[in-house]
Design a protein around this ligand. Sequence first.
Ligand code: ADP
Ligand code: MG
Ligand code: ZN
Length: 479
Amino acid sequence: MPVSDFQPVIGLEVHAQLLTQSKIFCGCSTAFGAEPNRNTCPVCLGMPGVLPVLNQRVAEFAVRTGLALECTIRPTSVWSRKNYFYPDLPKGYQITQFDQPICEHGRLVIDTPLGEKVIRILRIHMEEDAGKSVHDAGGGQSLVDLNRAGVPLLEIVSQPDLRDADEAVEYLKAMRDVLVYLGVNDGNLEEGSFRCDANVSVMPKGSTTFGQRCELKNLNSFRFLKQAIEYEIARQVDVIESGGKVVQETRLWDVSKGVTRSMRSKEEAHDYRYFPEPDLPPLHVSAEAIDAAAQALPELPRAKLQRFTSQYGLPAYDARILTAERPLADYFEACAGHYKDYKKLSNWFLGELMRLLKEEGTPLSALRFTPAQLGALLGAVDQGTVSANAGKDVLGEMFRTGKAPADIIAEKGLAQVSDTGAIEAVVDDILAKNAGEIEKYRAGKKQVFGFFVGQVMRAMKGKGNPALVNELLKKKLGD
Ligand code: ADP
Ligand code: MG
Ligand code: ZN
């Protein structure tokens, strides 16, 4: 059977570093990039005799995320120890949640070529991150950096509802958007603060029994996620086709070779000997706290996207770009309060504004001009005070200086001439100088019209109102 006779089944486990100031069970900083082992204390170093204390913010973030993903929030959740030995895990166990996680049974909607699809969320739990082994840091040794040990993570586990690599990518993107909108994670796959493992299996089409799954690791970009899943699907089909059996194992995506290779099989898998964490009481979340968190949820990316298309009448393409990041969406809405042609406003955002932001590497928060000023500029373009082209220069100047558009237009002499008398004088002058061209025009050579427009515009240094120039020329040429 060819690959197309098989149905892939995929479930994702996402690990998201929470944007708290301090670690999950101690007061150490979570700041990235500190000197190795600087952000540590007896608790996150796993010294004997010290006690962990939960950072309440971690629970708040978990509840917020659970609600956004439509989960049930467990009123009492329990901490567990997951035991394994590794040099970057000083306690010899990780504090996590096991059979009683804080959130369960949620959903995330994604777009597929066949329309919307609901991907169910199995569970979300809180846990601490491990440290980092730095191999061969110059002297051939391996060193351990424990700055990351105890940084709070959320693990979000999906049901095996995804059916191909594209759906997995869509899911991961939608998940990242939600977490970033919630302000709980920075969404950075490359730096590993937003990570994902993919569980992949295949079964003959039409079957209802899932195949044996492999877990793929080291997927630190959307592209790698897609490539690794596609490779893995083909590999598993090959194994089955050649009479073999897929064995449950953990496989690593090899970026340079573009293949997945075995890391450890089920036989080598750890027996984590989970047991309840005796040093932390069960976590209680009150109904009031859940209600308050629900009230405080921001509008989520999908809802915002839909509202941008309905409320502002924008095409989905525009709405998607404008809502990709919350600050941009907020800024658009602030400007929409000052300028009512929303599609035109969107064009300026997608064109000039985003180009300037990108070129100058300026964050939106550092913009020097106000939404009212941008609205005033677009109004001036509509009224013909300034041409659309000159308007772009004005925007560039507003961007750099924060000056008001009217001042820039005046200072730079960019005002468009819309005074009929003034344009008429130039038109008359040009026509008087080009009797020969008028002959040609009247004889049927209509392209000459463009020549006249060009001459008038040049004489007016590009500031003639194009609509008026055209209108007057047509009138005088007897069209
Ligand atoms: P583990 O601890 O073994 O990683 P988890 O319950 O944390 O188990 O995660 C299991 C993940 O594997 C989930 O995302 C789930 O959707 C997915 N999964 C389970 N069975 C299959 C299967 N047959 N094919 C693909 N994915 C699967
Ligand atoms: Mg797991
Ligand atoms: Zn610490």
